[in-house]
Design a protein around this ligand. Structure first.
Ligand code: AKG
Length: 285
């Protein structure tokens, strides 16, 4: 398996301000990058568990609760618990219990908005917010908690504020053979330290493991034209043109299924080949 070192950009050394122009250049490049030496994002001292308990004392949380540190969305080896007092949650996380916060909005249908939902925390940080931010999500995990491999359809900044977190990333090009062909898979494993910000381009598969008590905030933002996004609470709904294409594809499959198996096989293959040609053309532009 080919392992590639992820690029790190030291913001202070390079005198870079994170602004929308810089963000557009990252999106254009389409590669994961760690931004390090960011100002005022390392909360190791300010957000010790007892400080967090005080700052979040009025919060009731919707959390993931389970018995296995490897959370798996497909087998749902956890349950959701609502109205969980933040103090109980934080102390349980600190003692290593399987609890995980992926913050939700004020009401179930609201998008998470870290600044609005947790003002006592957000006022401590100098967290940048891209102009086209979709949602900002607070994530708190115990030591050794692993999050399943997945991709999101929005671009993302994952900001590490307390503790270390390992992140494994896979290029979307490897989607078809992530598990099968190690030779062709590109694997990028990295450790995020407090103050690091990882840019995860849309569609890059990622999974994480907290090395210790960990607090992160992730910011989903949009980079396709607005009209391509549907209503989406979690940042993982396919762009509308993809949903449209899927409907056409479904129609194509129904049409081809009228034919005898030999014809079906031949024409599925033939249409598959033309789809591959189309993507080659796109790549060479
Ligand atoms: C994301 O930012 O999309 C993640 O999946 C982060 C999960 C985590 O670090 O807890």
């Amino acid at each position: 398996m080919k392992s590639v070192r992820i690029r790190r950009i030291n913001l202070q050394q390079k005198q870079i301000n994170i602004n929308d122009e810089f963000i557009s250049s990252l999106v254009e490049e389409g590669q994961p990058v760690i931004l390090e030496n960011t100002e005022n994002l390392d909360m190791t001292e300010n957000w010790k568990v007892e400080n967090l308990c005080e700052k979040m004392k009025d919060c009731n949380l919707s959390i993931h609760k389970g018995g296995n540190l490897t959370l798996d969305f497909r087998t749902k080896n956890f349950e959701y618990a609502n109205k969980y007092p933040a103090g109980d949650f934080l102390r349980e996380v600190a003692s290593g219990k399987v609890r995980y916060l992926r913050s939700t909005g004020a009401r179930r249908k609201d998008l998470p908005d870290f600044e609005k939902d947790y003002p006592s925390l957000s006022s401590d940080l100098n967290l940048f917010k891209p102009e086209r931010t979709h949602s900002q999500i607070l994530r708190i995990s115990p030591k050794d908690l692993e999050i399943w491999l997945h991709y999101d359809t929005l671009d993302n900044f994952l900001t590490q504020t307390v503790g270390e977190k390992e992140v494994l990333l896979f290029n979307p090009k490897d989607a078809a053979n992530l598990y099968l062909d190690g030779d062709k898979s590109e694997c990028i494993g990295e450790v995020l330290k407090p103050g690091d910000v990882l840019f995860i381009p849309a569609l890059w598969f990622h999974c994480t493991k907290a090395n210790n008590f960990s607090v992160s905030i992730n910011t989903f933002f949009k980079s396709l034209p607005d009209k391509m996004y549907g209503k989406d609470l979690y940042g993982n709904r396919d762009p509308l043109p993809v949903e449209d294409a899927a409907k056409h594809l479904q129609k194509a499959i129904i049409a081809l299924k009228q034919l005898p198996p030999t014809y079906q096989h031949f024409y599925f293959h033939k249409l598959g080949i033309s789809a591959a040609c189309l993507s080659d053309n796109n790549n060479s532009k």
